[in-house]
Design a protein around this ligand. Structure first.
Ligand SMILES: O=P(O)(O)OC[C@H]1O[C@H](OP(=O)(O)OP(=O)(O)O)[C@H](O)[C@@H]1O
Ligand SMILES: O=c1cc[nH]c(=O)[nH]1
Ligand SMILES: [Mg+2]
Length: 207
């Protein structure tokens, strides 16, 4: 299942991210803001239960987060900007890291790091990567989460290509995907078109 978050604030910020004239500082700020808006939608179904509280006026029941605890897991490098932003919204969440880079020739993911919360099986996992292109990286990351025992996984990306969505739907049909936009296609180098370029390079200024 794919949810495209069509909110105008988010769409405006995404358009600014696409602009080649947007520099590193602004790109980073926009990526953080877009991540928060995506999280607002991705976390819409978190459970609430009434808890007794006392306001300055009365004692009454008020909704508080309950149910499974959360884990935010970043696909390095680019996913880090998303978990860094979102953890401020859910400070009790644990944070995991999966290091993958995409080999430029084969476009296959190469794993170099993996550190996940030990109790990941008991947590709802929100996996972050700004770009879902061929889907190879996200699919491999989801497989590592499952191998570690994760039961409930949502993938949050800023941009997706139809090819990447199809791969996740094939490999992990139960994983929900929340994105800001689904673009047209991939080019011959596996870049999303129209896209926003190389997310990691634009976040960290490495090109
Ligand atoms: O869907 P895919 O075809 O696998 O491509 C998407 C991956 O490519 C980018 O990472 P990259 O390999 O550039 O590494 P980086 O985040 O360290 O820059 C991006 O952040 C995704 O992880
Ligand atoms: O368009 C793309 C595809 C993969 N990774 C990126 O950062 N951008
Ligand atoms: Mg990557």
């Amino acid at each position: 299942m794919v949810t495209v978050v069509a909110h105008p604030l988010l769409q405006h910020k995404l358009s600014l991210m696409r602009d080649i004239h947007t520099g590193v500082k602004e790109f980073r700020e926009l990526a953080s803001e877009v991540s928060l808006l995506l999280a607002y939608e991705a976390m819409r179904d978190l459970e609430l239960t009434p808890q007794r509280l006392t306001t300055p006026l009365v004692e009454a029941d008020f909704p508080m987060l309950s149910g499974k605890k959360l884990a935010l897991v970043a696909i390095l490098r680019a996913g880090l900007i998303m978990t860094d932003a979102i953890v401020d919204l859910v400070p009790a969440a644990k944070v995991g890291h999966i290091g993958l880079y995409r080999d430029p020739q084969s476009l296959k993911p190469v794993a170099y790091y993996n550190k996940l919360p030990a109790d990941i099986a008991e947590r709802r996992v929100f996996l972050t990567d700004p770009m879902l292109a061929t889907g190879g990286s996200a699919s491999a990351a989801i497989q590592s989460l499952k191998d570690a025992g994760a039961q409930s996984i949502k993938l949050m990306s800023i941009l997706a290509a139809p090819e990447g969505i199809a791969v996740i739907e094939r490999d992990h049909p139960e994983v929900e995907i929340v994105v800001a936009a689904v673009d047209s296609h991939l080019n011959e180098h596996g870049y999303i078109v129209p896209g926003l370029g190389d997310a990691g390079d634009r976040i960290y200024g490495t090109k």
